[in-house]
Design a protein around this ligand. Structure first.
Ligand SMILES: Nc1ncnc2c1ncn2[C@@H]1O[C@H](COP(=O)(O)OP(=O)(O)OP(=O)(O)O)[C@@H](O)[C@H]1O
Length: 575
């Protein structure tokens, strides 16, 4: 073998050491040559074991630089200096190859620093709800209540306006800008939109059966509804809510996010006789209003923004475009990621519990609402001890992730909700793309979350972009360890929607390229600017992405995306 040939073989070997995750064995081989034992550090973070990411990521956090330094140590150099020209060539090249590792590490350090700087920059710009809640009162008498706009199993919701606030500023809701749906739907929306201009708020009146009539008891038993409240939502004297009989516990609250409902005010008051009460919910009224009613005299009221419709209502009349559909799924993932990061699992995600309005360009903006079933325990985070059948697993049985639906109670059993909401988003994606939700359907096409197989999942419409289809498939993986988190799934969609150049050439994709793209993206988002009130859904999403940048998540997302694309190319080539 010529020296030139040996050098190129050695270089190749050095490169594959890193690329194929052969670092550990290679280090051992090198150590053997030096006659000493090398200790290779364990990965600092367990990367999900069964993911199909290249194995090099598993060794990402090994002490690479230490290893490279050791390999270039004196003993190693002595070896290089002796022996045949061929051996010298191989070792010289191996050393050079390991130099590439150093280079790679340096690139990673730079990419990580870039991510952190961008994240810090965008985190500073906290999302603020466009509503000005400080003008709102803490008593029911501070509001004018209009028509009923919705009803669930636990509450009735009415349109409302603050007494002091002007009831019509002449602006109609942005809902008018969307021109999809039938003529009847358009008419209904025009009426609704003018009604929102007069009644910009919605008041949710909880039905109180059995929670008692004292404010403390009501706030305590309905404390989950307070999770999306702002810091001034509950009047100071009620802010410390007795939870589960223990006074002094403040319920966990999530910070504001464009895709999570903001409750501006929460207070208790006597149940009033609101429009339609006797006809629609007579049984939950107090005896004062209906002698046969079972309700308590006081209950909880929540004041929020009035939204034109729910996601379900919208999808009944419209099939969003493919791009809009992807943006809608992405918003749900961003909302879920925000909740996860704050240790909250919604547990009742469904299209009725997502409210919808339109941005100035007509793109639907989605907001996760109704936290009545959420898990927001201060002491156990997203891990719920499931010791008996009395422990509540959450709301919606059909859209319960497999790990929740199949859990069997017992001593020491814990349900991990960290990826449960992300699974539900995967199921809802079918509705967004105009297909029936497979987990609602009955009969032979219907699937049950506790026993479906991934191969049984129906295909999404052919026009749905391949990357979006990949995300939906990944979200609906049965095993949470193989399922990406909401953050990683969102990052896949962000990369797919906006990171075209960075990942266009599969062979040349690198974290450095992605970091360069992130810098351009940050500059573009900053230049576009605009306050949250005026901003478009796309700009909000991009800000969310940049505020939550993490090298590990991004690397994993890029891995999923590249692998998915490669699989698809292979599939196309095979056909
Ligand atoms: N802020 C809002 N703006 C407009 N409509 C709303 C708003 N909040 C709720 N609604 C309407 O009221 C309905 C019932 O609200 P919500 O889901 O919060 O009640 P619930 O009784 O807690 O529901 P569930 O039966 O899921 O427990 C919603 O499906 C929606 O149609």
């Amino acid at each position: 073998m010529s020296v030139k040939h040996a050098i190129s073989r050695g270089l190749e070997l050095g490169r594959s050491v890193f690329q194929l995750g052969l670092l550990k064995p290679a280090a051992r081989v090198a150590a053997k040559f030096r006659g000493e034992r090398l200790r290779v550090g364990q990965p600092a973070r367990t990367v999900q074991p069964q993911t199909f990411l290249p194995s090099r990521y598993r060794y990402y956090r090994m002490s690479l630089s230490g290893l490279a330094a050791q390999l270039q140590s004196r003993g190693f150099r002595r070896l290089l200096g002796s022996g045949s020209p061929r051996n010298r060539g191989v070792f010289l090249a191996l050393g050079l190859g390991l130099g590439l590792i150093e280079q790679q590490l340096e690139d990673d350090r730079k990419s990580s620093a870039t991510c952190q700087e961008i994240q810090a920059l965008f985190r500073k710009k906290k999302f603020q709800s466009p509503q000005k809640p400080f003008t709102l009162g803490y008593k029911l008498e501070d509001y004018v209540i209009g028509k009923q706009i919705g009803k669930g199993c636990n509450a009735a919701v009415y349109e409302a306006a603050a007494f002091a606030a002007p009831q019509d500023d002449g602006k109609c809701s942005l809902v008018e800008l969307d021109s999809s749906g039938s003529v009847e739907w358009q008419e209904a929306r025009a009426v609704r939109s003018c009604s929102i201009a007069s009644y910009p708020l919605a008041v949710k009146m909880m039905w109180n059966i059995g929670a008692g009539s004292s404010s403390e008891a009501i706030l305590s038993s309905m404390s989950q509804e307070l999770v999306p409240t702002g810091p001034q939502a509950v009047k100071q004297e009620n802010a410390v809510v007795p939870l589960n009989g223990h006074f002094g516990c403040v319920p966990k609250r999530v910070t504001a996010h464009p895709n999570v409902i903001r409750v501006h005010r929460a207070f208790t008051a006597e149940v009033p006789l609101l429009p339609g009460a006797r006809e629609e919910y007579p049984d939950v009224l107090p005896a004062r209003l209906n002698p046969a009613g079972l309700g308590n005299n006081r209950t909880l009221f929540l004041v929020m923004k009035n939204y034109p419709c729910t996601l379900r209502q919208y999808l009944e009349v419209t099939v969003p475009s493919r791009r809009q559909g992807a943006l809608m799924v992405l918003q749900l993932l961003e909302g879920v990621d925000h909740l996860c990061k704050q240790g909250v699992a919604h547990r009742d995600l469904k299209s009725d519990n997502v409210l919808l309005e339109f941005d100035s360009g007509g793109c639907p903006r989605l907001v996760i609402t109704d936290f009545g079933c959420c898990l927001a325990e201060r002491d156990c985070g997203l891990q719920l001890p499931f010791t008996s059948h009395w422990v509540n697993r959450g709301g919606n049985g059909c859209l319960m992730a497999p790990e929740v639906a199949t859990a069997v109670p017992g001593p020491g059993v814990v349900i991990d909700y960290s990826k449960a909401d992300a699974w539900a988003v995967g199921a809802m994606a079918y509705e967004v793309f105009g297909r029936p939700n497979p987990f609602y359907s009955t009969g032979s096409e219907g699937l049950e979350s506790r026993r479906y197989q991934e191969t049984q999942l129906p295909l999404l419409p052919a026009g749905v972009p391949a990357d979006t289809q990949l995300v939906v498939r990944l979200l609906l993986r049965r095993s949470p360890s193989k399922r990406p988190s909401a953050r990683v799934a969102a990052d896949i969609l962000h990369l797919s929607l906006w990171g075209g150049q960075a990942l266009a050439n599969q062979d040349q994709a690198s974290m450095k390229k992605i970091a360069d793209w992130l810098l351009c993206q940050s500059a573009a988002v900053l230049l576009r600017g605009g306050g949250p009130g005026r901003s478009s859904v796309e700009a909000e999403l991009q800000r969310c992405f940049l505020a939550n940048l993490g090298l590990e998540d991004l690397r994993m997302a890029a891995g999923f995306l590249l692998f998915g694309r490669e699989q698809q190319n292979r599939g196309i080539a095979a056909n």
